[in-house]
Design a protein around this ligand. Structure first.
Ligand code: PMV
Length: 314
């Protein structure tokens, strides 16, 4: 083991939701995600073997952790985690785990704390665990605030990533003050199989590629709306994005029910993340009523704050 001492190092990363462009972003299309005030913390210290929350860890069952330990070339490490991000909900729990773990180990072992390197390691972990991924979630949990992919004229270019399926230019984007309500279906969904489902659909059916091109269009329009502070049009593009994701086959009855219920008092609503369960988001200026509508239709509502910071050592 390298330069570890008796210290404990702790890092915290925010959760996120995808505002526009999920699934299409895996193929290099544009997307935007926002960091939210839910978080995942990781504490690490040197140990006699690898453990997670006090129990020896079988790394083959934790591919994100396996990949981060291997990229940072560390072993025999105690990892303790805390999180208020529901796992498998599309709110970035695995991306926040990867980025907080990577940062905590870098800090413990006195390695380079460059955020681009943390984002790169976290992306590789996500790609390895899912079999295919974009760097959107991991970059948002690392850099915080608003992160855009493959969008021209953004504020600050952060880094570039490339895999056989796509090339991604990742940048910061300014996000105006907006109120979002999240509705959790309570159904845990695994991202990898949903990404694979879309890949197969796209490979065997030209129509799926057309739908992905349409997602690109509504995403670009939605990003312009966000820049122009036009919540009415942004909401319409969010709802259009939801319909296209449903056509791609990644929504489900529970998500559609919450989206329909929330839409009544919102500018727009859509599923967020991989779908198949997990969460939806609604853009609204009537959060209390939307929370109530979500609750009445079987969901768990959260009103979240956006614009929060990325990974931080505490
Ligand atoms: O459900 P989540 O939080 O894992 O989001 C997945 C987003 C996808 O676009 C479906 C995949 C990806 O890696 O971008």
């Amino acid at each position: 083991m390298n330069d570890m001492n008796d210290d404990i190092s702790t890092a915290v990363s925010p959760g996120k939701f995808i505002l526009l462009g999920e699934h299409a972003v895996v193929y290099g299309k544009p997307a935007v995600a926002l960091a939210i005030d839910m978080s995942f913390s990781c504490s690490v210290s040197a140990g006699e073997y690898n453990s997670l929350n006090g129990v020896p860890i079988d790394l083959s069952r934790h591919p994100h952790i396996q990949c981060i330990l291997s990229r940072l070339n560390v072993n025999n490490i105690n990892i303790t985690t805390w999180s208020d991000i529901p796992s498998g909900s599309g709110l970035g729990s695995s991306a926040a785990l990867s980025s907080s773990l990577d940062a905590a180990i870098r800090n413990l072992t006195k390695k380079d704390m460059d955020l681009v390197e943390i984002a790169r390691d976290s992306f590789e972990a996500e790609y390895y665990a899912q079999g295919r991924a974009s760097p959107l979630d991991t970059s948002t949990c690392t850099f915080g605030k608003g992160v855009a992919i493959n969008v021209k004229e953004t504020d600050t270019h952060l880094w570039d990533a490339e895999k056989e399926d796509g090339r991604w230019s990742i940048s910061k984007t300014k996000v105006p003050e907006m109120t979002f309500v999240i509705g959790y279906t309570g159904i845990k969904a695994s991202t990898g199989p949903l990404v694979e489902k879309v890949r197969k659909y796209k490979e065997h059916n030209r129509f799926a590629s057309d739908v992905i091109d349409e997602i690109e269009m509504v995403t670009m329009q939605g990003i312009d709306d966000m820049r122009n502070d036009d919540v009415v049009s942004l909401g319409k593009n969010m709802t259009a994005n939801h319909k296209l994701l449903s056509i791609l086959g990644v929504s489900c009855n529970e998500l559609n029910k919450l989206v329909n219920a929330a839409e009544r008092h919102s500018y727009g609503a859509k599923l967020t993340g991989s779908g198949g369960g997990g969460c939806m988001i609604a853009l609204t200026d009537r959060p209390e009523i939307v929370c109530e509508d979500i609750r009445l239709h079987g969901g768990i509502p959260y009103t979240v704050k956006t614009g929060v910071d990325g990974v931080t050592i505490i």
